[in-house]
Design a binder for this molecule. Structure first.
Ligand SMILES: [Zn+2]
Length: 238
């Protein structure tokens, strides 16, 4: 049985619980989550009931019910505010990240009393540069559109990185494009918002070549298998 992944950084905070669950497992019964749309929208848990009634990709937990996101290859990001004991869950694929969902969540937490240096953030299993190929025209588009001035933060390689921890074959190149580092983009965005580097943790688990076989949308579309969502959740303890 695959085990949940837990961030050492978030696990160091005694006032919260969290988990990045394996594909197909359900989050705790009381979890709140949204109808995710790769949008820049952020809502509070108090605005998000009933479950899936809001179209949003950032969710702030102000009480003790778990807040959750579901992902396949996109970034699941869990955030804790150590100053006011707020938590947040963010679903950020490339479009959502470029659209500002992570930036908006961090700023909303700060509007509610957090400061960037009070935030701790863990990025869970997601597609990593070892398996995430983008066409050149997509990179050019990002550099041109660039609504949040992110062009200087994007990271990619023209050579596919070898993942020595892969448990199955890495993605095969198809477009002759580049290998994009989405987790690093998110980390750099948070650092630009003022979150200290030591308070941002990357799991470095690639959903395509390292996680359980059902986890990757991209892999299973390459091989025509089904895929299952992974839930990630965080909550303040009573
Ligand atoms: Zn990989």
């Amino acid at each position: 049985m695959p085990q949940p992944y837990r961030s050492p950084l978030l696990s160091s905070l005694s006032w919260l619980d969290h988990a990045f669950l394996p594909a197909g497992e359900r989050p705790p019964e009381e979890s709140i989550y949204n109808h995710q749309r790769h949008s820049p929208n952020v809502v509070l848990d108090t605005e998000a009931l009933p479950v899936k009634s809001q179209q949003a990709d950032g969710l702030i937990g102000t009480g003790t019910r778990p807040v959750a996101v579901y992902t396949a290859d996109c970034l699941p990001i869990l955030i804790a505010d150590t100053r006011h004991k707020q938590v947040a869950a963010v679903h950020a694929g490339l479009n959502g990240a470029l659209g500002g969902v992570l930036i908006n969540t961090l700023r909303r937490l700060c509007e509610r009393g957090a400061t960037p240096d009070s935030l701790m953030m863990a990025i869970g299993p997601a597609i990593c540069p070892c398996c995430y190929e983008l066409g050149d025209e997509r990179i050019a588009g990002i550099q041109q559109e660039n609504p949040h001035d992110l062009a200087g933060l994007i990271a990619f390689s023209t050579v596919q990185p070898v993942n020595r921890d892969a448990v199955r074959a890495q993605a095969k190149g198809t477009t002759g494009g580049v290998w994009f580092d989405l987790p690093l983009l998110a980390k750099r965005m948070a650092m630009r918002e003022g979150v200290p580097e030591a308070q941002i943790e990357l799991s470095e688990i690639c959903t395509y070549c390292m996680a359980e076989a059902q986890a990757s949308y991209r892999r299973n579309s390459h091989f025509d298998h089904g895929y299952q969502q992974r839930f990630s959740w965080i909550r303040r303890q009573d």
